[in-house]
Design a protein. Structure first.
Length: 319
């Protein structure tokens, strides 16, 4: 039996499912399970509560986020363990106590990031601008008519970065669609507040279309790549399998590669930075991907606690 999601209308909670099976059709003519319905409405309620809380003063949201962060080891214990393992590999020179302090600060940043996402998705432009300082826009202007690949890392301020930068520069963004009938449309609508188009990470042709047209595309390319096209580079002291597609695209379409990053300061304000274009060789994928990952390391160093350590970053580690 195979269930295929065909259509979903979040405003009316109508779900259309096509069932493919060798068994008689009437055998599956039954309503969704109570557990599935309850789960979807729990997600709806959580999103509604988050949207309401996005109206709170930003400093209040930061306080609530820090409180939530303290509870994360109980809520997502497996991800917490992943973060600790990543920190052990990235910072072996730190003592266990120092890594524990770094992890505790990271949990608080993750808690705050939930509210950052809510504000980025549902607030007016004026509120975003009020809490944001942007640096390096001159590098975007200097690119002229050339296509631009904006590259960043997975960090707690990713959604804020896109929303703020999108007020000054138009770009499409590569993202991973959520395999959830309630979350995916909400996430997509929120991200379209910042971007001209969302490109599925499984649709490279759509990305190429934008570059051929001389447009800008944003991609967070810091995660491990376990495909056959991966390139071996050094990242945070480890030999890892990295995504080499950015270097290949830049070479093929004469695109400028501009690192972009956002950091939340202690006073709650955000700094969104556009860095100078990376200097690629234009012919050596390994060298150019190494240059890209060195840029990632520099951005992470600006605020290590705000990097997404809960991702399995070193699963492509070369032993």
């Amino acid at each position: 039996m195979r269930f295929e999601l065909k259509d979903f209308n979040p405003s009316s909670a109508i779900l259309t499912v096509t069932i493919a099976s060798n068994e008689p059709r009437h055998a599956f003519n039954r309503p969704m399970s109570q557990q599935s319905i309850a789960t979807q409405w729990t997600v709806r309620a959580g999103l509604a509560a988050l949207r309401v809380m996005s109206w709170l003063p930003w400093r209040v949201q930061c306080f609530l986020g820090r409180c939530l962060g303290r509870a994360l080891p109980l809520v997502i214990p497996k991800r917490d363990a992943v973060a600790l393992a990543n920190l052990e590999q990235a910072y072996p020179s730190l003592s266990a106590a120092e890594r524990a302090d770094l992890l505790a600060d990271h949990r608080r940043e993750l808690g705050i990031s939930l509210f950052q996402i809510a504000v980025a998705w549902w607030s007016r432009d004026q509120r975003i601008l009020k809490w944001t300082d942007i640096e390096g826009l001159e590098y975007l202007r200097a690119a002229g008519q050339r296509p631009i690949v904006l590259v960043g890392v997975h960090c707690t301020a990713m959604e804020w970065l896109a929303r703020a930068l999108g007020l000054f520069h138009k770009f499409a963004a590569v993202h991973r669609p959520f395999d959830h009938p309630v979350l995916d449309p909400v996430v997509s609508r929120g991200r379209l507040q910042a971007t001209t188009e969302l490109i599925s990470k499984h649709s490279p042709k759509a990305l190429v279309k934008h570059l051929r047209a001389g447009q800008s595309v944003y991609v967070a390319a810091d995660q491990a790549d376990t495909t056959s096209s991966a390139v071996t580079v050094k990242f945070l002291g480890q030999s890892v399998q990295a995504n080499g597609s950015v270097a290949r695209l830049a070479r093929k379409y004469d695109a400028q590669v501009l690192p972009v990053h956002a950091v939340r300061r202690a006073n709650g304000r955000f700094v969104v930075q556009v860095f100078p274009p990376l200097k690629f060789s234009g012919h050596d994928d390994q060298h150019d991907t190494q240059v890209l990952n060195q840029a990632f390391e520099s951005m992470i160093a600006l605020a290590p606690t705000q990097y997404f350590w809960v991702h399995r970053r070193f699963r492509g580690q070369v032993l």
